[in-house]
Ligand binder design. Structure first.
Ligand code: C2E
Ligand code: MG
Ligand code: MG
Length: 474
């Protein structure tokens, strides 16, 4: 009250000051409450979210007491047809399905305290104390039955089934609450991997490759929706002048659940599942947008080229040429600013078709490069027929030119690849240059371009721009 008295004595007293202050204070409190609520609740269903559920399980952890051990069960429930309904009937139908499912689960529990929505179409329940494991399995089967009953959306019958994983833990000394959610999730994925409609109980060792792959696939889909991917750019330098000739776009995945995942770990799964097609399209769009932006902002580099890796799956997409044409037009980029990196193996499945496709890509003005040259399988008799511009010497050869008893042999291999490229009027880029010694050998062998940690690691947009700003152009 002292400040009011002060205002009053200084003739600053205005009767609306106290209500204004209380309005501001209560407003701030409401906002703070809302923030806390949103941190721990799913806005659609009003249920606890994953964070809240993990927090509650963590609290069980802290309450554990070695005298009286109790059995805790976690059920992880996944809606099997959610994606089909959400994409086929629209997001409103998807939302309706999620809300209706949360209500059905609450009815079975008589309380929402132990229920949460832990992912897009995933719910979890924890039960304590449990006296009989079989009762939990029976309860899970009952939930499966209840949740498979049809729902009605705008006069249409919609139905889904659910897959359930279960984990158990005892609140003794070794109890780790939040782990139970992960174990139940693994058990759910195991049920999916073996195509089982019955609830699966977690067992140690269940986290096998098949289950890990399921997880990765699921996270990749989320990652695409949530835009968790980013492009990094590794500069390619002219070994003659030391100046930047272009960049290779390299995708990075900063996953909310996994942290940083390297492309070597997720590109093969994205390939297998076909997710590489939408991801690859985004990569092409983003890389083209970026090179146009750099051309505009760094006009001192008119010759800058952007290299983009193409996966085998993208290469066999029937509308690839049209797609790239559209992307170039939308970005306002000339075809010769873009270089596609393909591997030998991609072209060898059907050589004639591959040559026709490469010719159509060349008709767009694109440049083409054979990546990791020498590691795949290719027939040298075809090489002169591939309309490519560049060979990239694989880093496994470059990295062995200096060490070990076979170093001279590797220098010979690299020399042969470079001569082969030059005889076919191709330029050559050496990848994975890490030492000055390697760079000197490659210069002596008249290799035109180099890329590797010696010069620069793949860079974020900001760092690539700082490099462009600092370097003198070609
Ligand atoms: P790549 O196309 O042969 O790319 C070169 C890889 O070598 C990159 O790894 C790069 O970071 C790494 N590298 C560069 N300089 C050095 C060096 O001096 N020493 C060593 N040890 N490594 C170096 P990254 O980014 O992990 O990518 C691995 C592979 O994943 C790529 O090999 C490519 O096959 C694939 N990939 C990456 N980004 C994409 C993408 O956007 N689309 C597709 N389809 N594949 C991609
Ligand atoms: Mg590459
Ligand atoms: Mg390579």
């Amino acid at each position: 009250m002292a400040y009011l008295f002060f205002l009053f004595t200084q003739s600053g007293w205005v009767p609306f000051v106290p209500p204004l202050l209380s309005f501001l204070i209560s407003g701030t409190l409401v906002l703070a409450y809302k923030t806390v609520y949103q941190t721990y609740h799913d806005p659609l269903t009003g249920l606890a979210n994953r964070r809240d559920l993990e927090k509650k399980l963590q609290q069980l952890n802290e309450q554990k007491n070695s005298d009286s051990s109790e059995l805790v069960a976690v059920l992880f429930i996944d809606l099997n047809r959610f994606k089909t309904i959400n994409e086929g009937l629209g997001h409103q139908a998807g939302d309706y399905l999620l809300v209706a499912t949360s209500q059905r689960l609450q009815e079975q529990l008589n309380s929402r305290k132990h229920l949460g929505r832990v992912g897009g179409d995933e719910f979890a329940i924890w039960l304590k104390p449990v006296t009989d494991k079989q009762e939990v399995v029976n309860f899970a089967e009952k939930l499966q039955l209840v949740l498979s009953q049809p729902l009605f959306w705008q006069g249409q019958e919609i139905y889904t089934t659910v897959t359930i994983g279960i984990s158990f833990g005892e609140t003794d000394k070794n109890f780790r609450g939040p782990e139970l959610l992960r174990y139940a999730d693994i058990a759910m994925h195991k049920a999916k991997a073996i195509n089982s409609s019955r609830p699966q109980i977690f067992e140690p060792g269940m986290d096998t490759q098949a289950v890990q792959r399921w997880h990765l696939e699921k996270d990749l889909r989320v990652g695409l929706e949530e835009k968790e991917f980013k492009l990094y750019y590794q500069p390619i330098f002219s070994l003659k002048t030391g100046k930047i000739a272009g960049f290779e776009a390299l995708v990075r995945w900063d996953s909310k659940t996994r942290g940083f995942v390297s492309p070597g770990d997720f590109i093969p799964v994205a390939e297998e599942t076909g997710l590489i097609v939408p991801l690859g399209e985004w990569i092409l769009r983003e890389a083209c947008r970026q090179i146009r932006d750099w051309h505009e902002r760094f006009p001192r580099y008119p010759a800058l080229i952007m290299s983009v890796n193409l996966s085998g799956r993208q290469f066999s997409e029937p509308n690839l040429v049209k797609q790239i044409q559209r992307i170039l037009e939308a970005a306002g980029v000339e075809g010769d600013r873009l270089k596609l990196e393909i591997t030998e193996s991609m072209m060898m499945n059907n050589v004639e078709e591959a040559i026709a496709l490469l010719n159509s890509l060349k008709d767009l003005g694109l440049r083409l490069s054979i990546d990791d040259f020498g590691t795949g399988y290719s027939s040298l008799s075809y090489l002169h027929r591939f309309p490519v511009d560049t060979l990239k010497v694989d880093k496994s050869f470059v990295g062995r030119m200096e060490e070990g008893k076979d170093s001279q042999k590797y220098i010979s291999i690299v020399r042969t690849i470079i001569s082969l490229g030059h005889n076919l009027h191709l330029d050559v880029i050496a990848e994975g240059i890490e030492t000055e010694g390697q760079m000197n050998i490659l210069e002596d062998l008249s290799c035109e371009y180099g890329q590797g940690y010696l010069f620069s690691r793949p860079l974020s947009v900001e760092n690539a721009e700082a490099l462009l700003a600092a370097q003198n152009p070609l």
